[in-house]
Design a protein around this ligand. Structure first.
Ligand code: ZN
Ligand code: ZN
Ligand code: FE
Length: 734
């Protein structure tokens, strides 16, 4: 006979952990208790030693899907001779971050009930249990209890209430429990409707705004060219790819899916995964024009499961006007009146809006493009101590991040803060997080950029401010994820970020640690004709790079197309202070894309580079490039590309050769730095590395030359990850 105490840390509350432990105790004939505390779940097991061991193993391997066990602390105690196993009532004292859980996709057991005619949850769109259902997006206050979530609007019926109170039921203390008798319903224009009604709209090629978990989606038939064309016209979104929701068997038919990607699709987070699309895919080409990846997610709530089963693959795109916050309230729907034909609501309030998360997979690792539903508000363990900090993030693809008790908690995707509605949402959301985490900030961190709204906000807080260089923050975000303490070679390839010298950086090689950085090498500065306009109009960068390379512009199709502009810019481009200068590799990708005739003006961020990546057909060749001691020159690369164009080489080949060149530059530069410093750890970060072809080539190159290589897997590799890096740099500089 033995008695032990287990303290389980991590995401173990709000995921059905206590009923799971209760059943485990019965299974292994153990007595004792389980209790939720501020510091994780505390279990006492008393019984046969062998059984206790088996029970611990069972907990480690069979925990509910939404759980994430970080650590189990085991302590042996004197046996007490308990006679039963109890679920003790939690003490709702000061609650800390562990009590807030991300939304969890409908679990397998709930799915079974959804299909089971005899179940009282048969076909019920709002089915959930202790292990699944909305969490973050229904939360109004802490602790996570029925009274503090928007489900409080629905008093439980007797059956629900009995299950809620029964420790051996899988809905024991399921705060979102509800059924057709007592729970939310689907509605359209204030009348109750069924899933079949939605399917009918879809089959008529209508565009339907559907309220989901974290906000409204616009849905239409993913096989219908007509419906998608309509959606693009009405949403004024000519090219940006849409995500498609479909059942797993349809994903396998339409996309090339690795085992790992399949696991990610099926995870309780249910993110959108960007997959290689098959040639014979039946999804309309209007969904993702000119690119070879398709964003796919599985249905993640009872309503979506029921809908997709009947409708087949549906375009599911956030229902907002472009670059606006996701719509979560009926009141905001007015803006969609000219986009959607039908509106499907439900009467459960969404308290915190949250977009779908987006991921690409590389070598069994995640490259996060957007970290929102399913991930937020999961904290990241930092192994750092320090006062509570707010990091305000970057202005593009914003997330903010909160540091408290050693954990960094990034917000969901907030979007671009230049947009007023996004900025208002940002300020509101910071207040919500502050309240939910129950903290007062002592420091605030923000980007250097003098024009950033996030910086203006930081300054308004009247707290000590630590300003952080944008690319240093990118590199530091990887250091947090991997707990790297020593100096690294930081390779940051980005769209734009404000540099120490006032120029726009983005092709940077740093020697960096968590506290400071030194700029070792960078791409040469090139003028941006038209300044910021050049960010959305790659043809301007095309001219910028050509004018930087040639005295007389070459006779190619691109130059003929922009002959007039070329003449105008030729005379002024080299004059000082006319145009901003940039070392951004993102802009270099844009330039190559437009010079090849792929994309002159972008309609969404990164479009020119994405289309360039999409066409690459592998070749082993690369362009010649030149260095001097600090600077990597682009002239010979541009010359090489022009000579290939004139020589009639295909774009597919030139694109691949260009990708090879950039990854070769990364390797050579890292070798240079390694020679003088001995540093072997390389960190890759920045939006340019969303390009998997580039990331994979660079990674493989470095690896096979015995570098240790790290890149972001936990927060976005783009500007969505900046806030996490700001936290670390702030801690080190306080
Ligand atoms: Zn469930
Ligand atoms: Zn009920
Ligand atoms: Fe950036």
């Amino acid at each position: 006979m033995k008695r032990i105490r287990l303290n389980i840390l991590g995401i173990v509350q709000g995921v059905g952990f206590r009923p799971f432990i209760f059943n485990a105790a019965n299974k292994f004939c153990l007595k004792g208790s389980v209790l939720n505390t501020n510091n994780g779940v505390v279990i006492e097991f008393e019984g046969n030693e062998r059984n206790i061991k088996d029970a611990i193993e069972y907990i480690k391997t069979k925990a509910p899907k939404g759980a994430d066990i970080e650590n189990i602390i085991i302590e042996e105690l004197e046996p007490k001779g308990y006679n039963k196993f109890l679920i003790k009532e939690s003490k709702n004292t000061n609650i800390n971050k562990i009590s807030i859980v991300p939304d969890i996709t409908t679990c397998e057991e709930c799915k079974k009930e959804l299909y089971d005619k005899k179940s009282r949850f048969y076909n019920y769109p709002f089915i959930s249990c202790s292990s699944c259902g909305p969490r973050f997006t229904v939360l109004e206050d802490i602790p996570y209890d029925r009274a503090n979530i928007s489900m409080k609007d629905f008093p439980m019926c007797e059956e629900c209430s009995n299950e809620y109170r029964n420790p051996s039921d899988r809905r024991y203390h399921a705060q979102t429990i509800c059924c057709p008798k007592c729970g939310p319903i689907l509605m359209s224009n204030d009348t109750k409707i069924n899933i079949d009604d939605i399917v009918k709209y879809i089959l008529e090629d209508k565009i339907v705004a559907i309220k989901g978990i974290g906000g409204y989606h616009l849905a239409c038939d993913a096989k219908s060219d007509i419906a998608i064309k309509l959606l693009r016209e009405r949403k004024k979104r000519p090219y940006k790819p849409f995500a498609v929701m479909m059942e797993l068997e349809d994903v396998l038919k339409n996309c090339i899916v690795s085992e790992y990607e399949k696991e990610q699709l099926m995870s309780p987070k249910s993110p959108i995964i960007l997959l290689k699309q098959k040639e014979n895919s039946v999804i309309s080409k209007n969904v993702n024009p000119k690119i070879n990846t398709l964003g796919v997610m599985l249905p993640f709530s009872g309503m979506h499961i029921e809908l997709i089963k009947r409708s087949g693959p549906l375009v599911m795109t956030s229902a907002n006007e472009s670059e606006q916050p996701i719509i979560k309230d009926e009141m905001k729907l007015k803006g969609l009146i000219n986009i959607a034909d039908e509106f499907v609501n439900h009467n459960r309030r969404i308290t915190l809006g949250c977009d779908d998360s987006v991921i690409r997979c590389l070598d069994n690792k995640n490259i996060i493009v957007r970290r929102s539903r399913g991930f937020v508000p999961q904290g990241i363990k930092t192994n750092k101590s320090g006062p509570p900090i707010l990091a305000c993030g970057s202005d593009l693809k914003n997330t903010f991040c909160i540091f408290n008790n050693g954990y960094a908690t990034p917000s969901q995707h907030m979007g671009d803060l230049m947009n007023k509605d996004n900025f208002d949402w940002y300020v509101e959301n910071i207040q919500r997080f502050k309240k939910l985490l129950n903290i007062n900030f002592e420091y605030v961190a923000c980007d250097y950029h003098p024009g950033f709204q996030s910086k203006v906000y930081a300054q308004s807080l009247n707290l000590p401010i630590i300003e952080v260089q944008h690319h240093h923050a990118h590199i530091a975000s990887v250091m947090v994820e991997n707990n790297i303490k020593e100096d690294v070679i930081g390779v940051c390839f980005d769209g734009t970020g404000y540099g120490d010298d006032g120029n726009l950086w983005g092709g940077e090689f740093f020697i960096a640690n968590a506290k400071e950085y030194k700029r070792e090498h960078h791409f040469e500065y090139v003028s941006m004709p038209g300044n910021e306009l050049a960010i959305k109009e790659p043809w301007r960068m095309g001219l910028g790079y050509l004018l930087n390379t040639f005295k007389t512009l070459p006779d190619i199709e691109f130059v003929n197309r922009f002959e007039k502009d070329a003449k105008i810019y030729q005379s002024i481009i080299n004059k000082d202070n006319v145009f901003s200068k940039t070392s951004s590799v993102g802009r270099l990708f844009d330039a190559v894309s437009t010079i090849l005739g792929l994309r002159d003006i972008t309609t969404y961020e990164g479009q020119a580079a994405v289309e360039l990546e999409s066409i690459a057909k592998d070749s082993g060749d690369s362009y010649y490039f030149e260095f001097d001691n600090k600077i990597i020159y682009t002239k010979s690369i541009i010359e090489g590309i022009i000579s290939d164009i004139k020589g009639g080489m295909k774009n597919e080949y030139i694109s691949s050769k260009f990708h090879n060149t950039i990854s070769q530059i990364i390797l050579n530069t890292c070798e240079k730095i390694n020679k003088t410093t001995g540093i072997k750890k390389v960190v890759l970060s920045g939006g340019v590395f969303q390009n998997l072809l580039l990331l994979q080539k660079s990674y493989n190159n470095l690896k096979s030359n015995r570098f240790e290589v790290y890149y972001n897997n936990v927060v976005p590799i783009n500007d969505g990850g900046v806030s996490l890096g700001q936290i670390l740099i702030c801690i080190e500089n306080i």
